[in-house]
Write a protein that binds this ligand. Structure first.
Ligand code: ATP
Length: 233
């Protein structure tokens, strides 16, 4: 049984009386510990799909099953618990709290989840224990993203959802963040889903889905994913 399974998933939005089909009959399955890349142009439906899988929005039709649980069958309390305990989120612009230090940003998230990793250990995992008392404004973009990843993995999530995690970073820093995400999937057995415009990074994933106009137009597995060091864009 796959860890994540989407069956005939549709998501519609109603904009000024027009029905927009943001996700159009999505079928996919993802195994535990896989690094997955969902790639597509702007407006392809990537963020919408990530929001559905992360329990941040409700689907219009179909089924999303995570860890044998159908998200549509969960009540508000259960879906909140799922978002809080099982899912970590990483965003393009880090979304750290500016007046809290690195360690405080991480602690805040891990304290509200159960089974959490120690905040210091999480910062250590991302190579930033020496910057634990720095505020976000004192850190580079890459370092801020590392804190954001520490914040997410400190919850010991089963699933890490990353929305353009390297979109605001330079080439070299972006690569180091991708390496960290690849290592997280491998070493912590966390299922990591990255959504991106950047087709050049597809080779690092265990599984790739290409999205166009709300539909999956191509999907494949990489039996031997490329090491991040060996890709270029
Ligand atoms: P980008 O890379 O630019 O973020 P994307 O691939 O993530 O694009 P989505 O943001 O999922 O694409 O958008 C898919 C479609 O759904 C677009 O046409 C968008 O305008 C529409 N859409 C997304 N969210 C909403 C919303 N809350 N209300 C109305 N329409 C929406």
């Amino acid at each position: 049984m796959a860890y994540i399974e989407l069956k005939n998933v549709y998501k519609y939005f109603n904009v000024a009386g027009n029905k927009i089909i943001a996700n159009d009959n999505i079928n996919l399955s993802i195994d535990k510990g896989q690094l997955v890349i969902i790639v597509g142009a702007s407006g392809a439906g990537k963020t919408t799909l990530l929001n559905l899988i992360g329990g941040m929005d409700k689907l219009s039709e179909g089924e999303i099953i995570v860890d044998d649980k159908n998200l549509s069958d969960m009540n508000e309390k259960e879906i909140t618990k799922y978002r809080r305990d099982d899912v970590g989120f990483v965003f393009q612009f880090y979304n750290l709290i500016p007046n809290l230090t690195s360690i405080e940003n991480v602690e805040l998230a891990s304290e509200i989840a159960k089974d959490n990793m120690d905040a210091y250990k999480a910062l250590d995992e991302v190579g930033l224990s020496n910057r634990k008392d720095s505020f976000p404004s004192q850190l580079s973009g890459g370092e801020q993203q590392r804190v954001a990843i520490a914040r997410a993995i400190a919850k010991s999530p089963k699933l890490l959802l990353c929305d353009e995690p390297t979109g605001a970073l330079d080439y070299r820093t972006g690569k180091s963040i991708l390496k960290l995400l690849q290592d997280t999937a491998k070493n912590l057995n966390t299922t990591v889903i990255i959504i991106t415009h950047n087709t050049a990074i597809k080779d690092i994933a265990d599984k790739v889905f290409e999205l166009k106009d709300g539909k999956i137009v191509n999907e494949y597995e990489n039996k031997n994913p490329e090491n991040v060091e060996n890709i270029e864009w």
